[in-house]
Design a binder for this molecule. Structure first.
Ligand code: GLU
Length: 434
């Protein structure tokens, strides 16, 4: 049974440490994205006006969602939709259901979406949504009421050329189906209002595996570029949800050894490499990777410190911090999750020569195939899986090439290269509009 989830009104602090900074609300989590933005803005000598426009979100909605729970009690939830920037196209980004969701986190993730869509060159801006709730503790009925209530409350901000939600942590194709259905009650049949839908309702083939496939593509390309033989590479993946499990499956198909994976309940290790299909079967029957046959237990913390060639954090943000960064042995980090490495840990990695493929590149496969889904919905025409995967491969590789080129050419981190590449596109579109 769900406990009461009554969020206080979001705390707002005003940071005026930069004289050119508008009186916008910034709190800690958002500071991560903000620091990354600022480093790139300084590196590319971005003019003040464009910095002002890109630094803050365009619009933020905070809504109250009352839900009659199965036990008859009324619970109050809070939901957020932050629209960061739309100069390159409609707002786009997922909706997260998690007990730690707050305005600050959603704001940060919305900005990441703006850079991500620009980097892979899909004609979208950036947005993010979320509801502070624990979906693992809610029934199907409760989740459905919550989702429909949220959709009604943010309806005025949505539209197929305005803002298009998608799944994120704690949401899935079913939640997207409810959003489409609720939106359709008012506006008529509108499949393009949301991506990541069930294939039966207009979802794209390959969307469920798209983020994991994108992670596989950049892992393969990064290994090639930095002299790691993927066929003999030892890889650990933290997180075995949609992204982590697809990445594990697709990367092991390349011949790499996935020696460890984990989920919220714990992790598993096998020196000779895990049989990912067997792990998936175990998860399907028990709900967790823990105790999969033929494996040794490993904690989430220990997994990060394993002696591996590649580490893929695919869980939540902030898993590699000042506290554990120096224990990480991998020389290549692929950020499948959003913001898994804090800025100070990132600086440590840079000084130690550890390469970090940033989230806005590593996990951009999801929104790329969301774009394909939206295009298919607008055209009422379905692509086959080969076409989806082929187009995804091309966009991921050209984004990788652009970032890698800038990284080498300007001798900057992959993150700074990716941000610079993305922000240049958004900045140029802003100049053309203003
Ligand atoms: N939630 C995913 C992300 O963070 C996908 C967003 C989308 O497809 O719009 O990239």
């Amino acid at each position: 049974m769900s406990t009461a989830t009554i969020a206080p009104s979001p705390s707002v602090t005003v940071d005026n440490s930069c004289s050119d900074r508008p009186s916008a609300p910034y709190t800690n989590f958002n500071q991560i994205t903000h620091e990354q933005f600022q480093q790139a803005a300084d590196h590319m000598k971005l003019e003040r006006e464009i910095q002002l426009l890109l630094r803050t979100p365009y619009r933020e909605l905070i809504v109250q969602i009352p839900v009659r729970m199965d036990n008859g009690r009324l619970e109050l939830f809070y939901g957020y939709r932050v629209q960061h920037n739309a100069v390159r196209g409609p707002y786009k980004g997922g909706i997260r259901y998690h007990h730690e969701v707050d305005l600050n986190e959603v704001r940060s993730l919305a900005a990441l979406m703006t850079w991500k869509t620009a980097l892979v060159d899909v004609p979208f801006g950036g947005a993010k949504g979320g509801i502070t709730c624990d979906p693992t503790n809610m029934s199907r009925n409760e989740l459905q009421s919550l989702t429909r209530g949220f959709t009604q409350k943010i309806d005025m901000g949505l539209g197929i050329y305005r803002d298009i939600p998608a799944p994120d942590v704690g949401t899935n194709a079913q939640v997207m189906a409810w959003i489409m259905d609720e939106y359709g009650k008012k506006h008529g049949y509108t499949p393009a209002i949301v991506t990541g839908k069930p294939v039966n309702l207009g979802g794209s083939l390959g969307r469920d595996q798209a983020t994991g496939r994108g992670v596989m593509i950049v892992t393969r390309e990064a290994c090639k570029a930095f002299g790691v033989d993927i066929k003999n590479a030892r890889i650990a993946i933290q997180g075995f949800g949609n992204v982590g499990s697809w990445a594990a499956r697709l990367i092991s198909n390349l011949g790499a050894k996935i020696v460890a994976v984990s989920d919220v309940k714990g992790g598993i290790f096998a020196e000779k490499g895990l049989d990912i299909d067997k792990v998936l079967t175990h998860v399907a029957s028990t709900g967790s990777v823990v105790d999969a046959p033929g494996t040794q237990p490993v904690s989430n913390e220990e997994l990060l410190m394993l002696d591996v060639d590649v580490l893929i954090p695919a869980a939540l943000g902030g898993s590699i911090t000042d506290k554990n960064v120096d224990d990480v042995k991998a020389k290549l980090i692929i950020e499948a999750a959003n913001s898994p490495v804090t800025p100070s840990a990132d600086a440590r990695f840079l000084s130690r020569g550890v390469r970090v493929v940033p989230d806005i590149l590593a996990n951009a496969g999801g929104v790329t195939v969301s774009y394909f889904e939206w295009v298919q919905n607008l055209q009422q025409f379905r692509w086959d899986l080969d076409k989806v995967n082929h187009e995804l491969e091309q966009r991921m590789i050209s984004a990788w090439n652009a970032v890698h080129f800038r990284h080498t050419n300007e001798n900057i981190s992959l993150r700074l290269a990716a941000y610079t590449e993305a922000m240049m596109k958004v900045a140029e579109a802003s100049r053309q509009r203003f």
